[in-house]
Design a protein around this ligand. Structure first.
Ligand code: TZP
Ligand code: MG
Length: 275
């Protein structure tokens, strides 16, 4: 996500040298693999690294954890399986955990996401995000105002916000948001009781036309509709139930990644086609 959320020209040179470092790392893992007996773990590392390198080309897959619909699996378990399946960003979201419980989950996921170089965002709770040195916080329209949050967090912290209208999106960008979570695009009441009516793809397109920051579509997203969502102008998708309620979280994440890459290349082809 940092590719799409924090994307500006000044970062380009840094990103290129980072990319070279990653490729070198991949080669080193390959060399280690040829001398290792237990190859499974190393193969997995190669896969994760390779998926990471291709991240910039497809839409972002932003996974939001939710223990309520996770079939008894913990936030940490969800995050780990999703990372192994190729998730680009992890958000910890829990509306009912105590501060202590949330903090402990956040500490675990911070360690994991740091190890895998995956941006870690915490929903609602700026205090917990700061306490565990997360990469960012996601604030809704009922949460702390963005300008206040930005003052506390400084410029490098990722500040995401939810927008359910063009007006909210424009205001959020003016207030310093780094990305917008836009939705619910489709029906999403199973995971957000107050999600409201589906807003449809047209909102994504209108926000895309008026805002420069990345748009992450949310609400009822599944591998079958990601193509339409990207085509409407989203930079990525945020997903809860289609991944965390799946029998195999890693497999479900992989299916999304495949759908995103296919959609990105299909949309790219269509774009060329129109020129
Ligand atoms: N904000 C808007 S819709 C939604 C949130 C948190 C829930 C999305 O969940 P799902 O299961 O991916 O539809
Ligand atoms: Mg909130």
């Amino acid at each position: 996500m940092t590719d799409s959320i924090h994307n500006n020209d000044a970062n380009l040179e840094n990103e290129n040298s980072h990319l070279l470092e990653r490729i070198e790392n991949l080669i080193k893992i390959g060399i280690a693999l040829s001398a290792e007996k237990n190859t499974d773990r190393l193969l997995e590392k190669i896969l994760i690294e390779a998926m990471d390198l291709t991240r910039a080309d497809a839409g972002t897959l932003y996974l939001i954890t939710d223990e309520k619909i996770g079939k008894g699996r913990s936030h940490l378990h969800m995050a780990e399986a999703a990372i192994h399946g190729g998730a680009d960003v992890i958000q910890l979201r829990d509306k009912t955990a105590s501060s202590r419980e949330l903090y402990l989950s956040a500490c675990q996921i911070r360690e994991l996401t740091r190890e895998h170089n995956i941006p870690f965002i915490i929903n609602d709770r700026l205090d917990i995000a700061l306490a565990v040195q997360a990469d960012g916080v996601h604030l809704g329209q009922e949460d702390l105002p963005l300008r206040v949050a930005r003052k506390i967090l400084g410029k490098d912290f990722i500040l995401g916000t939810s927008a359910a209208s063009l007006q909210e999106a424009i205001q959020a960008e003016a207030d310093g948001a780094d990305y917008l979570g836009v939705g619910p695009v489709y029906e999403a009441r199973g995971t957000k009781a107050d999600a409201g009516e589906p807003l449809g793809l047209s909102l994504i397109s209108r926000i895309r036309q008026h805002c420069r920051i990345p748009v992450i579509a949310i609400g009822g997203i599944n591998p079958e509709n990601v193509s339409d969502v990207l085509k409407a102008g989203a930079n990525g998708v945020a997903v809860i139930s289609a991944i965390v309620s799946a029998p195999d979280i890693r497999e479900a994440t992989r299916n999304f990644k495949r759908a995103l890459s296919t959609a990105a290349s299909k949309n790219e082809n269509e774009r060329y086609h129109h020129i």
